[in-house]
Design a protein around this ligand. Structure first.
Ligand SMILES: Nc1ncnc2c1ncn2[C@@H]1O[C@H](COP(=O)(O)OP(=O)(O)OP(=O)(O)O)[C@@H](O)[C@H]1O
Length: 662
C-alpha cells in the first residue's frame, strides 16, 4: 500500500528511483539472471558486499567482543532428528491458500493483508482523501485494482473492522484466517478467483546426507539449533560458569511461499544469532542492565495492538522492565543493546520501534518476545527477533538424546533428601535394549517423584511397569522387576542441576542492510537526479574519494602518494580521474555513499594542502595531508563527526568548485 514514508531529508520516497540507483551502482541483483531470475535469491555487488562486511565487523565488536561471547561456526546441513526434536519438522510452517483454477500459491496472511489494504486504499480514494503513492510495480497495481473491484466505498463500521484486522493479523491461527477469508470474500488479487482454505506448508529445504537416501537432512532455517547442541562444549570452555552467551553468524535457508519485497523476504540469508544462557532462578537479572536502564525506546505493547493501536509508547527500558511490560532484565538489556547497535550503524531512530509479539504469534514455550522493526517503503519490517525461549530447546534435545545439556553447580551447603530412584540394571538392560538402553534410563530420569512413586507401587503389585521412551520406535517399553528397581533412597545433595533458559536476539542481516540503505537514501534539493546515500563513515563501503581537479600529469604522483598513505592506514578509496567536471564526479560517487572526498588541486602542488569535502553538506576544509587523513581516520573509526572536523580544520570555500557542484 502507498505509505507516508519519507527520506531522511523529508522528501517523498521514490522507490523506482531508489531501485534504479541500486541497480546502476551494482548494490544487488537477482541471482543467475542469464538463466532467468529465481525468486528470493540475490547476489550482492561490491558496495553491498562491503557494507555487509563493515556491518559484521561492528556487530562482532558491539556484541561478541564487548559482551565476551563465544563465537561459533556451526554446520548448515542438519540431520532430520535435530529438527524433528526442536519441533521444526512439525511446526516451522506458514499457511498458504491455493487458487484452485490456476494452481497459484498465496501466503494466507499476505493475501489478507494485500486485499484489505487495497480495499482501504480504494475507500480512501472514493472518499476523496489523498492517497500518497509509493512507487509500485505495474503488476502489483493491476493486482490491487482487481482486488478492490466492487469495494470502492466502505461503511464506517467495515473500515474500522479492516483496520482492526490488519493491526491484529499476527495473532491469527490458520483456522482464524480461513474464516476471515470466507467472511470478507477475500479472493486471489491476481485472478479474482476464490481460494482454498489455508493449509500449513513447511518452509525447510529438505536434502539427504550421502547417496543412499537413508539419512534425511535439512538446510537449517536458523543457526540456533547448532549452538544449543554445542552447549556442553561452550559451558566447559567457560569453566562451567553461568551466565554466558554464544553467537553465530551464518546462512539460513527458508523455502518462502511468496518471496517478495526485494531483499526483505528471500530464500537464503545471513543471520547473526545470540544465545544467552541464564539460570532461571536468578530472576534473569543482567549485570549490565543498570548501564542501559535510562535508555528511552519506542515500545509497541501487545495490549496496544490488541486494541487495534499501532503507536508505540516511548519509555525507558528500566521502566518497561520494572512494570513487567518487558518480562525480565536480560531481555530488556538485549532490547537496549539492539537499539544502540542500530544507532551505531546509522539506522534512522525515527524509523525504529520494538513490537511485542501477540500471544498466538509467539512460540508456545516463549516467555516474551519483542521484534525490532524498521520502517521502510514497504511498511514496518521485522529485522531482529528478541525472544525468551525459556528452557525449551535444551530440554527437548536432552530428553531425546539422553545427553546432558544442563548445568551442574556444586552447592556451598550440601543437604540430604529422601527420593524415589528409578535405576536400570545395566547388565540386564544392555543386552535387552542395546543402543536404546541410555534412552530408557533418560526416560526414567525425567520422571517426576510422584510418577516414580506410583510406578514403584505398580512394580510391587504387577511385577512390571510400562514407561514411555521418546525416539524409540515402539514409543514405550515394559520393564520387569529384574531390569528396573524403583525405591526410596536417602541421598546427599552436593550439586544443583538445572537447564538454562535462553534469551535469543536473532538478526536478519539482509533486512537490516536493505532498511539501512532506504534510510540513507535522499536526493539533493532541486535536482532529483542527484541521489545521495548518506552512510555513516563507519559503515560506508568505500571511505574516501580521491579527485584530481583536472586531467594534468602533474597531479599523478601526488594522487599516488595519497593512495599509498591511505593504504598504510587501511582506508578504502576510489580514485576518479575521469575527464568529467569535478561536481559530476562528486555527485556520481555520492550515490555510492563515499563520505569523504579529497581533492588534489593546483594549490596542493604548491603547498601540499588538500581539501576535504563532506558528502552530506558538500562543505570543505583545507589542510596538510596528514591532518586531512587523521580527520578521515577518526571519522571512519567513529571518533569524530564532520562537525569535529570543521571545528579543528580551517574551512575552505572555492568559488570555482562551488559552481561546479551546482
Ligand atoms: N525470508 C527471509 N528473508 C530475509 N530475512 C529473514 C527471512 N526470514 C527471517 N528473516 C530474518 O531473520 C530474523 C529472525 O527470524 P525469525 O524466525 O524470527 O523471523 P520470522 O518471524 O519467521 O520472520 P517473518 O515473520 O517476517 O517471516 C528476522 O527478524 C528477519 O530479520
Amino acid at each position: 500500500m502507498a505509505t507516508d514514508y519519507k527520506t531522511l531529508a523529508g522528501q517523498e520516497f521514490d522507490r523506482a528511483a531508489f531501485e534504479s540507483l541500486m541497480k546502476r551502482k551494482n548494490f544487488y541483483w537477482q541471482s543467475f539472471e542469464p538463466h532467468g531470475p529465481v525468486k528470493g535469491l540475490f547476489d550482492y555487488g561490491h558496495p553491498l558486499a562491503t557494507l555487509e562486511a563493515q556491518f559484521l565487523t561492528i556487530w562482532r565488536d558491539h556484541f561478541v567482543r564487548k559482551e565476551r561471547m563465544q563465537e561459533l561456526k556451526c554446520a548448515m546441513i542438519t540431520p532430520y532428528n535435530v529438527f524433528k526434536t526442536s519441533g521444526h519438522v512439525d511446526k516451522f510452517a506458514d499457511f498458504m491458500c491455493k487458487d484452485p483454477k490456476t494452481g497459484e500459491i498465496l501466503r494466507a496472511d499476505h493475501l489478507i493483508k494485500d486485499v484489505l489494504e487495497a480495499r482501504l486504499k480504494s475507500d480512501k480514494e472514493a472518499r476523496g482523501e489523498k492517497v500518497e503513492e509509493a512507487a509500485e510495480d505495474p503488476k502489483k497495481k493491476k493486482k490491487q485494482a482487481k482486488a478492490t473491484k466492487g469495494a470502492v466505498k466502505l461503511d464506517d463500521e467495515v473500515r474500522k473492522q479492516y483496520e482492526f484486522l490488519l493491526a491484529t493479523l499476527d495473532d491469527y491461527t490458520g483456522d482464524d484466517m480461513g474464516e476471515l477469508i470466507k467472511k470478507h470474500d477475500i479472493r486471489s488479487p491476481i485472478t479474482g478467483n476464490e481460494v482454498e482454505p489455508p493449509v500449513s506448508v513447511n518452509l525447510m529445504f529438505q536434502t539427504q546426507i550421502g547417496a543412499t537416501g537413508k539419512e534425511p537432512a535439512f538446510l537449517r532455517p536458523e543457526t540456533a539449533q547448532g549452538q544449543f547442541l554445542s552447549f556442553q562444549h561452550l559451558l566447559e570452555y567457560n569453566d562451567g560458569k553461568m551466565p554466558f552467551a554464544s553467537a553465530s553468524i551464518g546462512y539460513s535457508f527458508r523455502n518462502e511461499l511468496s518471496p517478495r519485497s526485494g531483499l526483505l523476504r528471500v530464500r537464503e540469508f545471513l543471520m547473526a544469532e545470540i544465545e544467552h544462557y541464564v539460570d532461571p532462578e536468578s530472576g534473569k537479572q543482567h549485570s549490565g542492565f543498570k548501564k542501559v536502564r535510562d535508555l528511552k525506546l519506542p515500545l509497541l505493547s501487545r495490549q496496544t495492538q490488541s486494541e487495534g493501536g499501532s503507536e508505540p509508547t516511548v519509555i525507558t527500558i528500566g521502566e518497561a522492565v520494572d512494570t513487567k511490560l518487558v518480562d525480565n532484565e536480560t531481555l530488556g538489556y538485549f532490547i537496549a543493546r539492539i537499539a544502540m547497535f542500530m544507532d551505531k550503524i546509522g539506522v534512522d531512530p525515527a524509523k525504529l520501534r520494538f513490537r511485542q509479539h501477540m500471544q498466538n504469534e509467539m512460540a508456545h514455550y516463549a516467555a516474551d518476545c519483542w521484534d525490532c522493526e524498521l520502517q521502510t517503503s514497504y511498511g514496518w519490517v521485522e529485522c531482529v527477533g528478541c525472544a525468551d525461549r525459556s528452557a525449551y530447546d535444551l530440554s527437548v534435545h536432552m530428553k531425546a538424546t539422553g545427553v546432558p545439556l544442563n548445568v551442574r553447580e556444586s552447592l556451598k551447603e550440601p543437604y540430604r533428601v529422601e527420593e524415589w530412584q528409578a535405576q536400570l540394571d545395566k547388565k540386564k538392560a544392555g543386552p535387552l535394549f542395546k543402543k536404546d538402553a541410555s534412552k530408557v534410563q533418560a526416560a526414567l530420569d525425567s520422571l517426576t517423584q510422584d510418577i516414580r512413586e506410583k510406578l514403584s507401587l505398580s512394580l510391587e503389585k504387577d511385577g512390571k511397569v510400562e514407561v514411555e521412551v521418546a525416539d524409540m520406535e515402539a514409543g514405550k517399553v515394559e520393564l520387569n522387576k529384574d531390569v528396573v528397581s524403583i525405591q526410596k533412597e536417602s541421598r546427599l545433595v552436593t550439586t544443583r542441576e538445572y537447564i538454562p533458559n535462553v534469551i535469543e536476539p536473532s538478526f536478519g542481516i539482509g533486512r537490516i542492510l536493505y532498511s539501512l540503505m532506504e534510510h540513507a537514501y535522499w536526493t539533493r534539493e532541486g535536482d532529483a537526479a542527484r541521489s545521495v546515500m548518506s552512510f555513516k563513515p563507519t559503515v560506508a563501503p568505500i571511505k574516501v574519494l580521491l579527485v584530481p581537479l583536472q586531467k594534468d600529469a602533474r597531479f599523478a604522483p601526488v594522487v599516488e602518494s595519497l593512495e599509498e598513505q591511505l593504504d598504510e592506514r587501511g582506508l578504502s578509496y576510489d580514485t576518479d580521474s575521469s575527464g568529467v567536471s569535478i561536481g559530476k564526479r562528486y555527485s556520481r560517487n555520492d550515490e555510492l555513499g563515499i563520505p569523504c572526498g579529497i581533492t588534489v588541486d593546483y594549490q596542493s602542488l604548491e603547498d601540499g594542502t588538500f581539501t576535504l569535502r563532506d558528502r552530506d553538506t558538500t562543505k570543505q576544509v583545507r589542510a596538510k595531508a596528514e591532518d586531512i587523513l587523521d580527520a578521515v581516520e577518526k571519522m571512519v573509526r567513529g571518533r569524530w563527526t564532520w562537525a569535529d572536523v570543521q571545528a579543528k580544520l580551517p574551512a575552505f570555500e572555492s568559488k570555482e568548485e562551488e559552481a561546479k557542484e551546482e
